[in-house]
Write a protein that binds this ligand. Sequence first.
Ligand code: VGL
Ligand code: ZN
Length: 235
Amino acid sequence: MMAMDRRAFLMAAGAAAVPGMVRAQTKIAPTAKDALIVVDVQRCFTKGGSLAVPDGDAVVPLINSIAKKFANVVVTQDWHTPGHISFASSHPGKKPFDVVDLPYGKQVLWPDHCVQGTEGAALHPDLAIPHAQLVIRKGFNPKVDSYSAFVEADGKTPTGLAGYLKARGIGRVFVCGLATDFCVAWTAQDARKAGFEALVIEDASRGIDTQGSLMAAWKKMLAAGVKRIKSTDLA
Ligand code: VGL
Ligand code: ZN
């Protein structure tokens, strides 16, 4: 009884002494069971690229430094065929950012980007993660897009990433890169569906934000149990 009273008193006194004080949050220290997924940090999505994400280049140095904290890093590459179904140029009369109905659902149409083997599809030249263990390419099916690094936009064709991570004993993924509202968001949500804990590092990602897509993506991610963190939350 005495001990309880004493603790209650000390807590009340502490709160009074520093109004509005919140306890410092414990930082997250990545372990061998964690992986960092670096999404689509490619030339096409950065300055001068055909689908440049606003301020996309800013994530590169931050991701380089975050990656040093992770023993396990997976890098993704958007990797489309020429004439890919997600390109506006493949739909007569349509222009980039129009939305069309495809057999697997709604598809935003994009400028041609990340065509297999082209300069634009290359990783950003300043991305420096020599210890990255896997580069996973997606969106190579001519008729199906894949924002997610786990499952194509048909909602059923796996890329193999979940199996890879599970086989390596990984249970939690941290996702960052480009673009927050498309490939980062879909990857994080599919990570949850596949049974992983998923955290998106907000300041190490940038969004395209077309037709309210950034707000909508955060809503969906949070509803799916994805956590939203900042790079400073990492130990
Ligand atoms: C992406 C649009 C089209 C992305 C890829 O990486 O977020 N966005 N293809
Ligand atoms: Zn794409």
